[in-house]
Design a protein around this ligand. Structure first.
Ligand code: NAD
Ligand code: DAU
Length: 370
């Protein structure tokens, strides 16, 4: 029988539930949000279990992000290279580690790549989620499948209104369509098989360890190097920016205390036009890492042809999460973006590694070619 938590009982039951997560499988833990989540959770006093991180190590996955954790907390963190589409391997991991809960991040996550080559998105995001769900439903005493999803499933907003959990799905890119499909599968496994699940749909994240193909790290690194800053279309598309650690906290709250079978929207209450994001990055770099001739970084901005099917505006109503689980973002955009720019300036070695072909060769040598 699925346990349904009322909001009133959620906080008290949260700790009891957290105590049950002894062997938590995190998929995609070597990516941007997964890395931040594992770091966040292993520092939480209310998480006493161990994390098994399953990651295929695509171009976006970097096991070096967690090398210190692997060395310092060997009993609490285990890395296992595998593909979520490989059902036999997933079954073996469940048996070997006694997996009792899953937080599912693994995905192909970049919209532009999904426009060029959608196939991998269908495989990983849809088939991979299906394979995981099949193993979870066969597992004994299974506690929770938390599915990490995106606000992009709702499509695009006009100049007003917010996405709520009741907004109809209208995905516009192969990426968002594949995530929408995976959300439906997760919900269906709850309704049909009684699998304990929660789903979160979050807005744009930014912060440390984000692969430099996404807007904010791309702009920081290009600007630093004096390269053009490509702004799509008129630059007035709006995203609702959330600092990644706030996303991690929201996910953990939902895992502990969210009602099973429910969806929660997560957002930053920080709607900003792309051009303003890019201007902010440029102005911060003018102060934190000025060019020798003091030329403003804004001079590098170039308007380029728009992304096909480009969603105009995303904005999240997260009142359900705020009211039921008392979550709100801690970081504002001005504080979060300053921390983020600092992180990229301080971690030029990480940047150089993830951009180099040498890094991919190292992955193949250490973990075997896939
Ligand atoms: P990312 O691209 O940085 O990381 C994805 C990780 O998944 C990588 O480590 C990659 O190696 C791994 N992976 C990919 N295919 C795999 C497979 N077949 N098997 C196992 N591992 C595989 O992505 P991210 O930005 O950290 O996003 C994580 C999740 O959060 C995704 O599900 C994404 O849809 C969702 N999300 C992201 C954002 C955002 O702004 N980045 C916002 C809302 C939701
Ligand atoms: O909303 C959540 C989603 O946010 C996540 O589900 C996705 O995984 C994540 O990649 C992100 O999707 P976006 O497409 O919004 O992020 P991206 O960083 O690619 O682009 C942000 C905005 O900036 C978007 O309007 C497109 C624009 N852009 C992007 C790039 C890379 C540019 O103008 N120039 C660029 O070079």
């Amino acid at each position: 029988m699925i346990r349904s938590l009322t909001p009133q009982s959620a906080a008290a039951d949260g700790n009891a539930l957290a105590a049950g997560f002894n062997n938590l499988l995190v998929t995609g833990g070597c990516g941007f949000i997964g890395t931040n989540f594992i770091r966040y959770l292993l520092n939480r006093p209310d998480f006493k279990g161990r994390i098994i991180n399953l990651d295929k190590l695509t171009y976006a996955g970097n096991p070096e992000n967690l090398r210190d954790v692997e060395l310092n907390l060997p009993g609490r963190y285990i890395f296992h290279r595998a593909d979520v589409c490989d059902g036999e391997e997933i079954d073996a991991i469940f048996s070997r580690y006694g997996i009792d809960s899953v937080c599912h991040f693994a995905a192909e996550s970049h919209v532009d790549r999904s426009i060029r080559r959608p196939e991998g998105f269908i495989q990983t995001n849809i088939v991979g989620t299906f394979r995981l769900l099949e193993t979870c439903r066969a597992a004994e005493n299974f506690l929770l499948f938390h599915h990490v999803s995106t606000d992009e499933v709702y499509g695009s907003l006009g100049s007003d209104g917010l996405f709520t959990e009741k907004t109809a799905y209208r995905p516009n890119s192969p990426y968002s369509a594949s995530k929408a499909s995976s959300d439906h599968l997760v919900r269906a496994y709850h309704k049909t098989f009684g699998l304990p699940v929660t789903i979160s749909n979050c807005s744009n994240n930014y912060g440390p360890y984000q692969f430099p193909e996404k807007l904010i790290p791309l702009m920081i690194l290009n600007a630093r190097e004096g390269k053009p800053l490509p702004v799509y279309g008129d630059g007035r598309n709006v995203r609702d920016w959330l600092y990644v650690e706030d996303h991690c906290e929201a996910i953990w709250n939902i895992m502990k205390s969210g009602r099973r079978g429910e969806t929660y929207n997560i957002g930053g209450h920080a709607e900003i036009e792309n051009i303003d994001v890019v201007n902010t990055v440029c102005d911060l770099l003018d102060r934190m890492a000025p060019f020798p001739d003091n030329n403003p970084h804004r001079k590098l901005i170039r308007y380029v042809p728009d992304r096909p099917g480009h969603d105009r505006r995303y904005a999240i109503d997260f009142s359900k999460l705020r009211e039921e689980l008392k979550w709100a973002p801690r970081e504002s955009f001005p504080t979060g973006i300053r921390k983020t720019v600092s992180w990229y300036l301080d971690n030029s070695e990480w940047v150089a590694r993830v951009r180099s072909g040498e890094y991919q060769a190292w992955i193949d040598e250490n973990y075997g070619r896939r």
